[in-house]
Design a protein around this ligand. Sequence first.
Ligand SMILES: NC(=O)c1ccc[n+]([C@@H]2O[C@H](COP(=O)([O-])OP(=O)(O)OC[C@H]3O[C@@H](n4cnc5c(N)ncnc54)[C@H](O)[C@@H]3O)[C@@H](O)[C@H]2O)c1
Length: 265
Amino acid sequence: MGFLKDQVAIVTGGARGLGRGIALALADEGASVVIADLLADKGSETAAEIAARGVGAASHAVDVTRCDQVEGVVADTVKTFGRLDILINNAGNTTHPAWCWDMSERDWLSVIDTHVNGTFYGLKAAARVMKERRYGRIVNLSSIAAVHGFCSQMNYAAAKFAVIGMTLTAAKELGPYGITVNAMQPGVIRSDMTAILLNAGEEKYAKGTPVQRVGEPADVANVVKFFVNPASDFITGVVMRVDGGIALKLGADDDITAYADVYPG
Ligand SMILES: NC(=O)c1ccc[n+]([C@@H]2O[C@H](COP(=O)([O-])OP(=O)(O)OC[C@H]3O[C@@H](n4cnc5c(N)ncnc54)[C@H](O)[C@@H]3O)[C@@H](O)[C@H]2O)c1
């Protein structure tokens, strides 16, 4: 067993994509992992993959925009597994691309609700439990959209900047209790969320990235493993890009990740 033996983690949005990759990586290090995702069937499939690694596993149908459901999965996890060491606030969504003057209120609120409120509810519920044991590792998923902004996805950029604000604040508030809080800013990583971009021209994103490839969920999971390591107790309030260097090339005139050229109209 690895360095997370006997530890317990919750991964929101862990049914597929980056969250699934993170969940399996934590299980490989010996953690029991609880998936909290809207997608109950996919969540159960991922939980079965986790259990096959010989650790505890569970899947809960959870909408992170519902505070009661997030508090419920934290309470169930502590009841079932006796503790909570790690929370990965990963659940996320996007809406159809639109310039800000065309973005509907519904699309704006949907993305803000998932990323901002979802992350806050997770932080709040986990902090209460982790404070008792004076130990915890929380990792929040921001994005390189929160480096230079993100054309056609203002809701997403705003939400991912907010995640950084919560990360820095929580790092200060929770540090005295042995709880570290860090954030990651993935670049273009292969998942359902980016499928439409990559199907339209993976080569473009690979060429636009200094390391000449798009990211894989394992690239993100590797950084999560660093942040949640018990030995990383002096690392908190860090916002780390995991992007193959693509953010170095992004700017006002070089927003190669804008969806606008992929989606017609
Ligand atoms: N893929 C990328 O290139 C990339 C880049 C930067 C940041 N991110 C962030 O990484 C995280 C994971 O993204 P992904 O690419 O794996 O996306 P994905 O769409 O493949 O997976 C997201 C998961 O979150 C779940 N989810 C969505 N809304 C939810 C809600 N309200 N409650 C519970 N679960 C919910 C979905 O069901 C899904 O399983 C997101 O926060 C995303 O913004 C992804």
